[in-house]
Write a protein that binds this ligand. Structure first.
Ligand code: PHE
Length: 443
């Protein structure tokens, strides 16, 4: 299969696909609230530093490994480091993607459901308690919750089936500009509200006393998750880059655009939240309770809420495409089968694996694994353990074990390449180790 390997055909396509992976629900329900709660502009600065030391070098490294080996995430290590155990990084990445998909597709399902709810006026309530009850009705109804999750999986699976250039590239080239357009539209509306100033102050006012060791570690974890590293997504996308793509520039552009989306999301959300005196939250509560209630208070609220969920759905779709591509390409290349076969197999597996996560917010809410619900257990296993472990292993591989000449050649043989390799020798893996230990509650 590798002889006629697919590739992204244009520069814009490369940027759209990679940005599509980085931009996700993290930009909307995590980033803005974390910035506001942890010191505004001061947190932003810490986050940018963390991205420069962890997220960016790892993104460059993963894209470069992918392009050097031009295989799926397991096979690529067999090409660039034959007769060694480094392929285990790829295996860890596949497992990590599958578990993330198990719960991320669940959340994406709720987002899609809310597009319809909002469009038909079903999400229009200014009472947070009523909004909470409406959300609980969705997550508590196994047929609806599973149905929406499966719809998302089938929809994204259909795109993946068409391959890198005809599927992922074509779709993200339309979705990414659309996302910016919708986001700017909501920002403009939000900024004209009476309490806008306070919302902006909440987001950007620097508060250095909020910066603690804990906050710094949180920013590092966020930088990791935001850039979609440590789980093979960048590796597999890099394998579709042509030789003439300058990887460090692509990664830097993705970092900047991703940050812009996060900031715009904050500007879209918080002025409205303050204008109506709602509490600042993050996670599902912000997305599915506060936002519908806040926008419902505005004239044209249903339209605004619908647009907001459309843009959240776009963000989730780009991220899911990259996650899905990891196991699909692995299966297709390992067993030399077509995508038409590999995709349904992967989807069937994901539907089975995702169901416990979905049900754990409803009828299975009392079932625990290691003291966690399935939903939280999937999240913990993938983002707290597997992602940092794979990230550390990848940087150590590039810094110490990949022969210097091969590593530098893959990274582009320039100053950026040498800097990235140097970072991978010490600072980057050390910082990720701290994130790992912090996640496990050991520091
Ligand atoms: N970066 C995505 C977000 O912000 C999440 C993600 C992580 C996607 C890892 C793919 C891989 O939501």
């Amino acid at each position: 299969m590798s002889s006629a390997r697919d590739h992204f055909s244009s520069r814009l396509g490369v940027l759209a696909a990679t940005l599509g992976s980085a931009v996700g629900l993290g930009n909307i329900w995590k980033f803005p609230a974390l910035v506001g709660q942890n010191g505004g502009a001061s947190f932003l600065l810490v986050y940018i530093l963390a991205t420069l030391c962890i997220g960016l070098p790892l993104m460059i490294v993963e894209l470069s490994i992918g392009r050097a080996g031009r295989r799926n995430v397991v096979g690529v290590f067999r090409v660039i480091a034959p007769k060694s155990g480094w392929w285990l990084i790829g295996l860890g990445a596949v497992i990590s993607c599958v578990f993330i998909l198990g719960f991320y597709s669940d959340v994406a399902g709720w987002v899609f459901a809310y597009i319809f709810k909002a469009a038909t006026g079903g999400a229009a309530t200014t009472d947070p308690a009523a909004a909470q009850a409406a959300f609980a009705r969705l997550t508590g109804d196994p047929v609806a919750a599973l149905g929406w999750q499966w719809l998302v999986l089938i929809l994204t699976g259909a795109i993946i089936m068409r391959g890198a250039s005809q599927g992922i590239e074509k779709v993200t080239r339309i979705l990414m500009p659309l996302l910016f357009l919708l986001l700017v539209g909501i920002c403009l509306r939000s900024l004209t509200l009476p309490g806008a100033g306070e919302g902006l102050r909440f987001l950007f006012m620097p508060q250095w006393d909020r910066i603690s060791g804990d906050v710094i570690l949180m920013a590092m974890g966020l930088a990791f998750f935001k850039m979609s590293v440590g789980m093979g997504c960048m590796l597999i996308y890099g394998s579709y880059f042509k030789e003439d793509v300058h990887i460090p520039s692509v990664a830097l552009r993705v970092m900047v655009c991703d940050l812009l989306v996060s900031l715009l999301a904050g500007i879209a959300i918080f002025p409205a939240v303050f204008s109506f005196d709602f509490a600042v939250e993050q996670g599902p509560a912000l997305l599915f309770m506060t936002i519908p209630a806040v926008f419902a208070s505005l004239p044209g609220g249903s339209l605004l809420t619908t647009v907001f969920f459309c843009l959240s759905a776009i963000a989730a779709t780009g991220a899911i495409l990259s996650l899905l591509e990891v196991p699909v390409s692995c299966l297709a290349e390992r067993f030399s089968c077509s995508r038409t076969r590999a995709v349904p197999l992967v989807l069937a597996g994901l539907m089975l694996l995702g169901a416990p996560a979905t049900l754990s917010l409803g009828i299975w809410q009392d079932v625990r694994v290691f003291g966690l619900t399935f939903f939280d257990a999937y999240d913990a296993l993938s983002s707290m353990i597997l992602m940092p472990v794979c990230g550390i292993a990848t940087s150590l591989f590039v810094g110490w074990f990949w022969p210097e000449r091969a590593a530098l050649a893959a990274l582009g043989n320039d100053r950026a390449a040498r800097t990235v390799r140097l970072l991978c020798r010490s600072l980057t893996p050390l910082l990720i180790l701290l994130v790992l230990l912090h996640g496990l509650g050991l520091v």
